[in-house]
Ligand binder design. Structure first.
Ligand code: HGY
Ligand code: MN
Ligand code: MN
Length: 421
């Protein structure tokens, strides 16, 4: 058929070896000696990843553009270019010692799907666009996650995002200006525009698909999350001379707080509560000084909004109760409600997985993703593929070429369905 034929035509053109090689090429940008990737939001490697994608898009003649928050768009036209586009993508930034797949897989799968749709000769009514969302990984560099997607959908004002500073005091605004200079040849895309839908491929980042021997997760939603910063203020003092009664030891108070919080957030045997203290900064961090200041973070996630409220609201009283001779300030830095993805996206993903004969499971996401904020702009959804031992946010992160390609095949068919013929 002139328009590329029936169901499966796009999936058949997904090239497993090409998709894998693109992962290998991207992993060189910020590659670590232990096989991981450190590509922090808007650093030189993150900018280079955008450049590489733009280079790959050039032979197709697809327009590459960038908006004011650094989101990159690669657009394959439709037959009706006034129609709202269907978007697919994820992020190129990683955790400080991250892996080769978190984020970048969703970008490369989207690009592979567009290439496959092109190779199949399919003309969709709506344009399809591959997207890189800026700074998905909150706290890896800048303490704001899903930043690019959040600004795109209007959740976060651009000025607020630009004012955020990294741990060295470099603002998002300054980093964006540097990215814009490096990518000055890319046309500016207006910030935020209507979309028909968004589909994001991602490794599962957990053990469920691998344990069950399944290839595809049809993601139905994302659990909620609350994040806090706790600042404990004591007083620096001499380690050898200061008696216990005169100490205002911020570290021992912080340890007592964490210990009490861990007991409260322990839901054995349910194991549904996710509670993490991932950043813990002691000042001045010198062996002979009673520490006068500690700052730590809390990352708390749960699928039930009522539990998020009940447990999360106890963080501040518990910290205050264990402050000892110190003062403590608890700041909630973000709160995201549990999200349910809306049709037609999950149903299009399920139809594609079933049609391709791939074993799949409808499942909720434990991790946060750009598909969460995108739900504010239009129906969104996700496709999960297994990752080795469920490991992610680690250099050991791994996935098989076959599973990555299977996810891209499901994506290609779902995009054709959503973009229409
Ligand atoms: O932390 C998260 O859930 C995501 O991977 N940024
Ligand atoms: Mn991540
Ligand atoms: Mn991710």
């Amino acid at each position: 058929m002139a328009d590329g034929g029936e169901f499966g035509g796009a999936a058949a053109k997904v090239d497993e070896a090409r998709l894998w090689q693109r992962h290998v090429d991207m992993a060189k940008l910020g590659g670590t000696p232990r096989g991981g990737v450190r590509r922090l939001a808007l650093d030189t490697n993150d900018i280079a990843a955008r450049r590489l994608l733009a280079d790959w898009a050039r032979p197709y003649g697809w327009q590459v553009s960038m908006d004011a928050i650094g989101n990159l768009f690669i657009r394959r036209p439709g037959t009706d270019n006034d129609a709202e586009p269907v978007l697919s993508g994820s992020h190129t930034d990683t955790q400080p010692s991250g892996g080769r797949f978190d984020g970048i897989y969703g970008v490369l799968a989207a690009f592979e799907a567009m290439e496959a749709i092109e190779a199949a000769g399919i003309r969709t009514r709506r344009p399809i666009e591959t997207v890189v969302w800026t700074c998905e990984e909150g706290g890896a560099r800048f303490p704001m996650g899903t930043m690019g997607s959040g600004v795109f959908v209007g959740r976060t004002p651009l000025a607020d995002a630009r004012a955020v500073a990294d741990y060295d005091g470099v603002t998002v605004g300054a980093a964006l200006d540097a990215a814009r200079t490096a990518l000055a040849d890319l046309p500016e895309r207006p910030l935020g525009f209507p979309i028909a839908g968004f589909v994001e491929c991602h490794i599962e980042q957990g053990p469920i698909l691998e344990e069950k021997g399944l290839t595809i997760g049809v993601v139905t939603g994302i659990q909620g999350a609350r994040r806090f910063r706790v600042d404990v203020e004591g007083a620096d003092a001499h380690a050898g001379t200061t008696p216990r009664a005169r100490r205002r030891d911020a570290l021992s108070a912080a340890v007592a707080m964490v210990s009490a919080l861990e007991a409260l957030f322990h839901d054995d045997p349910g194991d549904t509560v996710r509670f993490t203290v991932g950043r813990f900064v002691v000042t001045p961090n010198a062996p002979a000084v009673v520490p006068g200041h500690v700052s730590f973070t809390i990352d708390f996630r749960h699928p039930d909004e009522a539990v998020l409220t009940k447990l999360g609201d106890q963080v501040e009283p518990i910290c205050k109760a264990h402050a000892r001779a110190c003062t403590v300030t608890v700041t909630q830095t973000s709160r995201g409600k549990p999200i349910t993805f809306l049709d037609p996206v999950p149903s299009a993903v399920e139809k594609a997985a079933a049609g391709l004969g791939l074993p799949y499971l409808r499942m909720n996401s434990g991790a946060g993703h750009d598909a969460g904020p995108l739900q504010l702009a239009g129906p969104s959804g996700m496709i999960f593929v297994p990752c080795e031992h469920g490991i992610s946010h680690a250099e050991a992160e791994n996935a098989t070429p076959a599973d990555l390609a299977a996810g891209a095949r499901v994506l290609a068919e779902a995009l054709v369905e959503l973009a229409g013929r």
